[in-house]
Design a protein around this ligand. Structure first.
Ligand SMILES: Cc1cc2nc3c(=O)[nH]c(=O)nc-3n(C[C@H](O)[C@H](O)[C@H](O)COP(=O)(O)O)c2cc1C
Length: 185
């Protein structure tokens, strides 16, 4: 693997990328830096944060590099979004055969720019209101999500990378996370 390439808005994914770089000896670059440091087509591991179910920067990274594996970083404990649904169906792989992982990042509303804060506000508000309305019937997980959306939370943990580090050591890998042409039937 030539490099770890990441996109991060509030720092959780960046911290995971830097920890992974330290543990594997593979250098980490932001997607922007990678544009200057890596050649097109290089083999990379991509890490991107989840925004409304899609992985930020993944499309640009797919256009430019050969993505052998990717980590999706979101706020929920169990993972979500289209790509993670593919991984659950395919036993940890994208439809195109690249290895996928999910990492719980966190939620830091104070670090969000105006645009993303405005995007997040209605979603966060609706989760909090729904959980309040459910009262005693709300599950522990629902309560935890409401708490995170109200006060923020940081779930970045070194151990969460263990499985990815093992996968790096098993290399080389030949699967690829790439767009699969869809057939409408
Ligand atoms: C506009 C917006 C939409 C988001 N959508 C999702 C989502 O669909 N699923 C999820 O698990 N987390 C979602 N998140 C939470 C981020 O993925 C989470 O905060 C992540 O850790 C951010 O990584 P970063 O600190 O590297 O930017 C969203 C955050 C924002 C600001």
């Amino acid at each position: 693997m030539k490099a770890i390439v990441y996109t991060s808005q509030t720092g959780h994914t960046q911290r995971y990328a830097q920890m992974l770089a330290e543990r594997t000896g593979v250098p980490a670059y932001s997607l922007k830096e990678a544009g200057k440091s890596l050649r097109r087509g290089e083999e990379i591991f991509y890490m991107g944060w989840l925004m409304a179910g899609t992985v930020k920067g993944l499309q640009s990274a797919m256009d430019r590099y050969t993505i052998r594996g990717a980590a999706i970083v979101g706020v929920s404990p169990q993972g979500n979004g289209d790509l993670w649904t593919e991984a659950r169906i395919n036993g940890g792989y994208s439809d195109s055969g690249g290895r996928l992982f999910y990492l719980q990042g966190g939620y830091a509303p104070e670090k969000l720019g105006f645009f993303y804060r405005m995007m997040m506000k209605p979603m966060a508000g609706s989760v909090v209101r729904q959980v309040q309305a459910r009262g005693e019937a709300a599950t522990d997980q629902e309560r935890r999500m409401a708490e995170i959306f109200q006060h923020g939370g940081d779930f970045v943990r070194e151990e969460a990378l263990d499985e990815i580090v093992r996968w790096f050591r098993e290399g080389p890998h030949d699967g690829e996370v790439k767009a699969v042409p869809s057939v409408d039937i």
